[in-house]
Structures are given as structure tokens and as C-alpha cells.
Design a protein around this ligand. Structure first.
Ligand code: NI
Length: 186
């Protein structure tokens, strides 16, 4: 029987996995490549998706749930049951293009903080899916943005590290109880 990784897009009363927040060391460790794509990984992906939907996110990286593995899940249309869910294992950005875009980002690991970040408009990404099949994807718009944000997590980078307006960054972080010293400017 084929293992199904997809989950129903709905909020659970309690998310299966606990989130880690800015200031937690696990978010700063580079994640390890996944060497075996098995039922354990598929269970992790499923639980990450359930956690993402429960917390109203559109992307989640394994370090955010305390797992030091190169795995991210993305769904830019959580309100559309028919829209596909992405599971990216060992993702690598192979190409960036377009213009440098400024978009406001947020992160489930830094609740309530939203700040402008500049990133390339388009990307190409190579990864393995939850069945271990090699895949390539070209993305732009919100999808490109989310994938870049999540891959940053796998390298121990948080979006606030990329914020150019340090004054408003520090204000926002302080306002919501985060230590400004937790930022590691790139
Ligand atoms: Ni994030």
C-alpha cells in the first residue's frame, strides 16, 4: 500500500507537535540531510502539516518543531482543500531570478512579528518528495517566498536576520517579548 502523507486541511484542538520560538537554540542549528525516506519521515511530514494548519501557517520547517532534519512543508492555499500540499526533503535552491522583491514576512516561531524582507522574485528548487522521488519546481510569488523562508530555517537562519530596517525590527521584537539579541544579522 502506498503511504499517504496528505492530511485533511483543518485545525486540530491540539497540534501534534510543539513549536519552538526565536531564542531557542534548535532554530540556529543547521539541519541534517535526510538519508532514508521512510514511514518515520512521512509521519513527521504529516504531523508537521497538521501542526501548520492548526497554527494557521503556510509553511513549516522541521527545526521549528525541534527536529534537526532537512524537511519542510508548504501550503500557500490552506483554505482550498483541492490545492496541493508540498513536502520538500533535502531542498536546494538551484537558481534565483527576477527582481529583488520586498514582501512582509511572518513566522510561526516569532508570533505576531511581521516585517519587510527583500528576496529574489523567482526560484528553482530541487528536492525529494515524501516518496523519495527527485523533483524540481519553479516558483514565483508567494510560493517562492515561502520556500526561501523555510529553506533558511534549515540553515539556522530566521527571517528577522534579513530585515534591513533594524530600528523597526527591534521595536517589533521587543513589543512581542523577543530578545533583540536573538537576531543574528547576516
Ligand atoms: Ni519561519
Amino acid at each position: 500500500m502506498t503511504a499517504h502523507v496528505l492530511v485533511e486541511k483543518k485545525k486540530l484542538e491540539k497540534a501534534p507537535l510543539d513549536l519552538h520560538y526565536l531564542g531557542d537554540r534548535v532554530l540556529r542549528q543547521p539541519a541534517k540531510r535526510v538519508t532514508k525516506i521512510d514511514d518515520e519521515i512521512r509521519l513527521l511530514a504529516r504531523q508537521m502539516l497538521q501542526t501548520m494548519y492548526s497554527e494557521d501557517g503556510i509553511g513549516l520547517a522541521a527545526p521549528q518543531v525541534g527536529v534537526n532534519k532537512q524537511l519542510i512543508v508548504v501550503d500557500c492555499a490552506p483554505d482550498k482543500p483541492e490545492a496541493p500540499t508540498l513536502v520538500l526533503i533535502n531542498p536546494t535552491i538551484t537558481k534565483t531570478g527576477g527582481k529583488a522583491c520586498v514582501i512582509q514576512e511572518g513566522c510561526l516561531s516569532i508570533p505576531q512579528v511581521y516585517l519587510d524582507v527583500t528576496r529574489p522574485e523567482t526560484i528553482e528548487v530541487a528536492f525529494k518528495d515524501e516518496q523519495g522521488r527527485p523533483q524540481k519546481l519553479a516558483a514565483d510569488g508567494l510560493l517562492a517566498r515561502v520556500i526561501q523562508h523555510e529553506i533558511d530555517h534549515l540553515n539556522g537562519v530566521m527571517f528577522v536576520d534579513r530585515v534591513e530596517n533594524t530600528l523597526s525590527r527591534n521595536q517589533e521584537l521587543s513589543k512581542y517579548g523577543f530578545a533583540v539579541g536573538a537576531v543574528k544579522p547576516l
